[in-house]
Design a protein around this ligand. Structure first.
Ligand code: DGT
Ligand code: MG
Ligand code: MG
Ligand code: MG
Ligand code: MG
Length: 291
C-alpha cells in the first residue's frame, strides 16, 4: 500500500513491550463496585451470585486466552497470570491489559442475567480497570498471589465480623467500626464466637480463600502431564535453561501441541490455599518452564 502523507503519525505511537522471561500479572478491578453493589442489592458481606459471576467471567477469559496459567479472584478483582514464556501480542502491555479487561467485562455483562435472575442491568454499566505487573522470579509470583489471598482472609474476617455486629448485633455502622478499631484476628474470632455463636473456621471456603482458576490437566490427560514433568531429562533441560535465564525452547510442533492441550483442558474453579507449598508441588506444571 502506498504511503500517504499522513503516514508519519504512526511514529507517535509508543512501543510498550513488557520484559521477556517475567511472569505477567494482569489484575482487573471493578470500577465503583461499592456503589454498584448497593445499587443491585448485593448481600452483605458476601453475595454468592456476585462471586459466581466473577468466577464464570474469569473462567471464560481463561478459555479465550490459553496463555493464562492461573487466575485468582476475590471481591471485585481478578488477577490473571501469563506464563513467563508467553509471547502473545509480542508482550505489548496495552494489548494484553485492554484485551483482558474488555473480554472480562463482556463476559461479566453477558453472564449477568444467569446469576442475577430478575435483576436487570441498567446504565451505568459495570466496568473494570486493569494493570499489568511483571514478576521476575517464581518466588515473587507466589508472594504476589499469597498477598492477594492473605488480603482476602483479612478483609473477609473483618467484613464477616462487621456485618455480624450490624445484622445480628443491631449496631450502627459507626458503632461497629469503632468496636473493631485496633482489634486483632483473634479478637474478631472471639467476637464472632462469643456473641453470635459463629465459628469463623466453618464459614464457606469460597469467602475465606477466594477463587483459584486453573486448567486441570491431570483430569484430562493424566499420563501425559505427569510423565512430561517428572522425566529427569526434561528436568535437566529446564534447570540449565533456567540458569541461562531463558525459558525452555520448544519446537513449533511442540508449542502447537502444548497449545492444543491447554485449549482442551478442563477449567476448574477451586477455593483452596495457594500460599503453602502443597498447592504448587501437586501441580508442577503451573510453574514449569514449559509454557
Ligand atoms: P474502585 O475500585 O476504586 O473503582 O472502587 P470500588 O468501590 O470498586 O472499591 P474496591 O474495589 O476497593 O472495593 C470493592 C467494593 O465492592 C467494596 O465496597 C465491596 C464491594 N463488593 C464486592 N463484592 C461484594 C459482595 O459480594 N457483596 C457486597 N455487599 N459488596 C461487595
Ligand atoms: Mg480500587
Ligand atoms: Mg473496585
Ligand atoms: Mg477491589
Ligand atoms: Mg485491528
Amino acid at each position: 500500500m502506498a504511503n500517504s502523507k499522513y503516514e508519519y503519525v504512526r511514529n507517535f505511537e509508543q512501543p510498550d513491550p513488557l520484559l521477556p522471561n517475567t511472569w505477567l500479572v494482569v489484575r482487573i478491578d471493578g470500577r465503583g463496585f461499592h456503589k454498584l453493589s448497593a445499587k443491585y442489592g448485593f448481600e452483605k458481606p458476601n453475595d454468592r451470585r456476585a462471586i459466581d459471576l466473577m468466577n464464570a467471567a474469569a473462567a471464560s477469559v481463561m478459555k479465550d486466552l490459553p496463555d493464562i496459567v492461573i487466575a485468582y479472584g476475590v471481591s471485585d478483582e481478578y488477577s490473571f497470570v501469563f506464563h513467563k514464556s508467553c509471547t502473545l501480542f509480542e508482550r505489548r502491555e496495552s494489548k494484553l491489559v485492554t484485551t483482558v479487561v474488555s473480554t472480562f467485562t463482556s463476559y461479566y455483562v453477558h453472564l449477568w442475567s444467569s446469576y442475577f435472575t430478575n435483576v436487570p442491568l441498567s446504565a451505568p454499566m459495570p466496568s473494570f480497570d486493569g494493570r499489568a505487573v511483571m514478576y521476575p522470579t517464581d518466588h515473587n509470583l507466589r508472594d504476589y498471589l499469597s498477598w492477594r489471598q492473605v488480603d482476602c482472609h483479612i478483609n473477609n474476617l473483618y467484613n464477616t465480623t462487621f456485618w455480624a455486629l450490624i445484622l445480628l448485633g443491631g449496631m450502627g455502622a459507626t458503632e461497629a467500626e469503632k468496636e473493631l478499631m485496633g482489634t486483632y484476628s483473634s479478637d474478631k474470632n472471639e467476637i464472632l464466637f462469643s456473641r453470635f455463636k459463629i465459628n469463623y473456621n466453618n464459614e464457606p471456603e469460597i469467602y475465606k480463600k477466594g477463587s483459584v482458576v486453573i486448567r486441570d490437566y491431570e483430569l484430562v490427560e493424566p499420563k501425559k502431564s505427569t510423565a512430561a514433568v517428572d522425566s529427569p531429562g526434561m528436568a535437566e533441560q529446564e534447570s540449565s535453561d533456567a540458569e541461562r535465564g531463558i525459558s525452555a525452547q520448544l519446537s513449533k510442533t511442540q508449542q502447537e501441541k502444548e497449545r492444543k492441550r491447554r485449549e482442551k483442558a478442563r477449567i476448574t474453579v477451586q477455593h483452596i490455599d495457594i500460599i503453602k507449598d502443597e498447592f504448587w508441588q501437586r501441580r508442577p506444571w503451573l510453574l514449569s518452564n514449559k509454557p
